[in-house]
Design a protein around this ligand. Structure first.
Ligand code: ATP
Length: 297
């Protein structure tokens, strides 16, 4: 079965510099050469969904009319993502300023630019209405998450990757079929620090299904009226974890769209995300389905 995935989200150009340490307020330090790479949670997940195979993937987002937009469109198209409905607005394309210290820790400032101007058009709403899975994150206005959820057809799944972390209003909770969060976001949304199983139980009071990603430990899949399932992590030598969560969400969405159950889709998503962390970059690190299958042998 080939399913349809529509990712409604952000696209950013990542401006990345290696630094000996992160600068303090008022300080200037010299870093390494600048890298300019395609990123943004929405675009990263769309690339991952398309490379996962088995799903026809559309990216719905807003770009400026600048060189950064060209870089992002080229990356999306290279991965096989449909970009025909991407909006172009009079604002700079979203940009993330990222410094990376020698221990691999990132410090990031995002200038949302065009992402903050996303307004769904009638044709975008129509594409969403044909999707089996609609995936959104929180780097776009919350009203666009609401609009995407409202546009989906009965039986389609609305998946929210609630990152970056923010509290969700009741109507947004009510519009979700599946929440995907890392442990920190899960604790924020549940307003408590607890083991993943307890966090999932708290979140299931608000949403029918939750996947909590656990970094190298894999993920926890929890659904109402079922026992939670731990999907173990795949052992790899991590080089750069940027975009691991986005890869996981995109591949999960593609798996659901082609008919896998939630635990099966989470297993596939974990295998793809594990491979992604062995490579530098965000979109550039996302593996194809063939690479994931090869690594599982
Ligand atoms: P990021 O912010 O780095 O994109 P995240 O915090 O949203 O990631 P994580 O839980 O760290 O999400 O990672 C998402 C998924 O990626 C995990 O569920 C796991 O499947 C995979 N993953 C991440 N780090 C590793 C690792 N070191 N080894 C193997 N798999 C990993």
């Amino acid at each position: 079965m080939t399913g349809q995935v529509v990712v409604v989200g952000s696209a950013n150009v990542d401006l990345v510099v290696d630094v000996p340490r992160h600068p303090g307020g008022g300080e200037t330090i010299l870093g390494g050469d600048l890298r300019r790479t395609p990123g943004g949670k929405g675009a990263n997940s769309a690339v991952a969904a398309a490379r996962a195979g088995g799903a026809d993937t559309t990216f719905v987002g807003a770009l400026g009319r600048d060189e950064s937009a060209d870089l992002l469109l080229a990356s999306l198209e290279r991965a096989g993502v449909r970009t025909d409905l991407v909006s172009r607005v009079d604002a700079p394309t979203g940009t993330a300023l990222i410094t990376v210290s020698p221990d691999g820790e990132n410090a990031i400032v995002v200038a949302p630019g065009a992402n903050a101007r996303l307004e769904l058009t009638a044709t975008q709403v129509e594409r969403i209405a044909h999707a089996d899975v609609v995936l959104a994150q929180l780097e776009i206005p919350l009203d666009m998450v609401r609009a995407a959820a409202a546009a989906r057809r009965p039986g389609a799944r609305m998946v929210l990757n609630a990152a970056p972390s923010q509290d969700l209003p009741g109507d947004v909770w009510a519009a979700l079929d599946l929440l995907v969060v890392n442990e920190y976001e899960a604790a924020d949304l549940a307003h408590t620090q607890a083991a993943p199983e307890e966090l999932a139980a708290a979140l299931l009071e608000r949403v029918p299904a939750v996947v909590i990603t656990l970094g190298a430990e894999g993920s926890l899949v929890a659904q109402r009226d079922r026992e939670p399932v731990r999907v173990p992590g795949v052992k790899v030598a991590a080089v750069d974890t940027t975009g691991a969560g986005d890869t996981f969400c995109g591949v999960l969405a593609a798996g659901l769209a082609r008919g896998l159950d939630l635990a099966g889709a989470a297993r596939l998503a974990g295998a793809a995300a594990a491979l992604a962390v062995t490579r530098p970059g965000a979109q550039d690190a996302v593996p194809t389905v063939a690479e994931v299958e090869e690594s599982a042998k």
